[in-house]
Design a protein around this ligand. Structure first.
Ligand code: ADP
Length: 402
């Protein structure tokens, strides 16, 4: 059975075609610059080389048509007829308080995702565009929405409420939601599998460290706290986002420089973090390179990042009253031995011991343990696989309709 997994951004569309329940990827690709000059599609059939085509792609519906045509293509395709396609699964960023799990899409679900647009004004409209385009193209195909926020809906109020007047929670749904839920869910469960223990009995801190980063306390398999919040700025410093900042400093800067909310939002989301602090780059590889050459501000970025991550792990060990495992995932988590080693160094008092050789070897998609034999806490590097979770949920939620 073939499941198409889609991740629609405002001008991009990523896809993977899964064979389920075998969980193998038959083809994958990316449509870039949708609605912008220079649109392009890259497609890879598993076991074959990537093809890249320039095309006029004004919207997501046209993009999806190209994807479907490529999947059906005699040379590059992987299906003989559209009947082989069983369902489509969509990444949706925000499900608010309404969705604590994935859901089969119908008109009510589309309306509910629409209602969450004020909470994710850049992402949810793009995700909806993909769902609507798919519905127009293949009206009878079951579609499943998988939410970045859903996994964190188990957080208790003491973790998700802010100390603002309660009316802002009731009026504007102002609370911590958390993101990257699909990734945290996947790596926590994979960690339990690797440890050979049921996830229900484990206290895990999962560190998803990419361009955007979040750290989550997963107690007994459920999220009990996470470092991103109402939006995607708080927590540790990120590529271009500030991480935690005292809101009174933000207000002070706005007053001093007469900035609008939109101006300040741009600074917090796009001009801060590694880029804003270093003045070099938002990419940690560039920062690490500059640090090796003795650049002080690049060194500051790496020190702030490791310190920030370690503080969250310490806090979440307290929140869970224990710690069995730390997982590193996403671009930085999977590829930066330097950051991982510095983080572990703070946590020796909790029983965390990093094995330098194992840590150094764990890059580029490798999966495994980086803690030493004597470490009380297991430290694992696990490449994330959000697409697989979407494929699994889509298979599970759509199979009864087939
Ligand atoms: P996104 O959040 O956009 O999915 P990724 O998970 O791909 O991003 O992570 C991107 C981050 O991973 C960038 O900061 C990049 O510098 C970092 N990264 C990737 N490879 C390495 C590496 N070898 N060493 C250090 N950082 C790396």
């Amino acid at each position: 059975m073939k499941i198409l997994v889609l991740n629609c951004g405002s001008s991009s569309l990523k896809y993977q075609l899964f064979d389920m329940p075998q969980e193998t990827v038959a083809a994958k690709g990316l449509v870039e610059r949708i609605g912008i000059e220079g649109s392009r599609i890259k497609h890879t059939r598993t076991g074959s080389s990537t093809i890249s085509k320039d095309a006029d792609i004004p919207n997501h519906k046209v993009a999806l048509k190209y994807v479907v045509d490529l999947l059906l293509d005699g040379d590059e395709g992987v299906i003989a007829s559209l009947n082989e396609l069983a369902a489509a699964g969509h990444r949706v960023v925000h499900g608010g308080e309404k969705f604590a799990s994935s859901v089969l899409v119908d008109d009510d679900v589309i309306e509910a995702i629409e209602e969450c647009v004020p909470l994710a004004p850049l992402h949810n409209p793009a995700n909806l565009t993909g769902i609507r385009a798919m519905k127009e193209l293949l009206p009878d195909l079951p579609q499943v929405a998988v939410f970045d926020t859903a996994f964190h809906q188990t957080m208790p109020p003491k973790a998700y409420m802010y100390g603002l007047p309660y009316r802002y929670y009731t009026t504007y749904k102002g609370r911590r939601y958390g993101f990257h839920g699909t990734s945290h869910y996947y790596v926590a469960n994979r960690a339990a599998q690797l440890m050979g223990k049921p996830v229900e009995g484990l206290k895990i801190v999962t560190c998803h460290l990419g361009n955007g980063s979040s750290i989550t306390a997963v107690d007994g398999g459920v999220s009990v706290d996470t470092s991103l919040g109402f939006g995607t700025v708080p927590g540790v410093i990120m590529g271009t986002r500030s991480g935690d900042v005292d809101p009174t400093l933000v207000l002070h800067i706005m007053e001093q420089e007469n900035l609008s909310a939109a101006n300040m939002s741009h600074i917090l989301h796009k001009e801060s973090g590694f880029l804003g602090l270093s003045g070099i780059s938002s990419d940690l590889r560039d920062i690490e390179e500059a640090m090796e050459k003795g650049n002080e501000r690049a060194t500051l970025v790496v020190e702030m990042l490791a310190y920030g991550i370690a503080k969250f792990i310490g806090a979440y060990a307290a929140a869970m009253r224990g710690l069995d495992c730390i997982v590193f995932t996403a671009g930085i988590g999977e590829n930066s031995p330097l950051v991982r080693e510095k983080v572990c160094d703070y946590l020796e008092f909790l029983g965390v011991l990093c094995d330098k050789d194992k840590n150094g070897a764990m890059i580029r998609g490798n999966e495994g343990e980086i803690s030493g034999g004597a470490s009380r806490v297991k430290v694992l590097v696990i490449p994330t696989n959000e697409e697989l979770v979407i494929a699994r949920d889509t298979y599970r939620d759509s199979v009864k309709y087939l």
